[in-house]
Write a protein that binds this ligand. Sequence first.
Ligand code: AMP
Ligand code: GLY
Length: 425
Amino acid sequence: MNVLLIGSGGREHALAWKIAASPMLTKLYAAPGNPGIAQEAECMALDILDHAAIVAFCRDKKIDLVVVGPEAPLVAGIADDLRAAAFRVFGPSKAAAQLEGSKGFTKDLCARQNIPTGAYRRFTDAESAKAYVRGEGAPIVVKADGLAAGKGVTVAMTVEEALAAIDACFDGAFGGAGAEVVVEAFLDGEEASFFCLCDGKTALPFGTAQDHKRVGDGDTGPNTGGMGAYSPAPVMTPELVERTMKEIVEPTMRGMAEIGAPFSGVLFTGLMITKDGPQLIEFNTRFGDPECQVLMMRLKEDILVLLNAAADGQLAHVSARWRDEPALTVVMAAKGYPGTPQKGSVIRGLDEAAATGAEIFHAGTALRDGELVANGGRVLNVTAMGKTVAEAQANAYAAVDKIGWPEGFCRRDIGWRAVEREAKA
Ligand code: AMP
Ligand code: GLY
């Protein structure tokens, strides 16, 4: 079959790597792709905002399945436009992608379906939001309603911080995404990410992971898109997975079907494991980046079988098998990230790093005069496996240390929570 993969980050490189390994694949295209993805696919300089051009490309190349990596095209309705032209798509409709595109939409669904999540209120003006915050006190969480590239959430430890966050949203710090604000109760516990493949009716559990959102060692400094991840997440015991399916994922699938927006694609459940059990922090409607990279390393199944089943409503008839060993990925970022990263510095030593057995996924690279250069904030995802998280961590950093890129940096403690757990066990 011919497959078109939409996106250009490390998540899409990992997907391309796994799709390319499928015996079902005839030809893989990526739009726009990156130099790492180009090792697995033919990269096309298509504008992914131009849905008509994507549809025309699919007709021309007889594409059998379109796999959409990032959230922005989903929220913009690319899956709807492709399906209207009779193409098969892995990814939710615009209506179903509201689970990621509007935090207020998701909180209202939780309220209707009795899904455990922090108490909340939605606001369209600063004064009422501030009055609510003053009444509730801190800690409290202020969220821009719409997509804000991971930057729209303030976990405020004081009332003053929360009031400032409300002003920032309504003053346009996040553009249209902040025109509405959700204020919600602070949840205390350990975070975990849980993934399901969905086909509108069935949700198939598809692994767990833990991400590291802060830029600095010891979970310090500003939030990022994620500086590293590992899978599985030890905190997600089989009992917690079962509770999450029953209490959060299945009611969500029912609730979405009830409003005529059945969910298909990846449902990425961001959880806080509190003393009362799993609580929903947020949904995303696509794979996590870099969580996808560690999931793809561990997946034993032919991914195209699963993506096809999701696209065709056949997930009830398939299963996913995983390697038991943990996988861990370290994000190498360009200095300056998550602020303005320096672009254009030369990266060397990838072959030496790969020779250690690690997979090096490209997140933000470009080719310039035959040399690989940094072309974004998060640039490389150095990914390895091991018998334990500690061993996977040692393997990943051994590969990191082969990479010659003085203008880059990474956290040196990815996986610390799990490594500590292993040391105690
Ligand atoms: P989000 O963009 O919704 O994933 O939020 C970013 C981060 O903010 C999450 O990964 C959590 O660390 C934190 N966060 C979000 N909502 C809450 C909450 N209600 N209580 C505590 N922390 C939260
Ligand atoms: N790594 C977090 C995310 O993809 O949203």
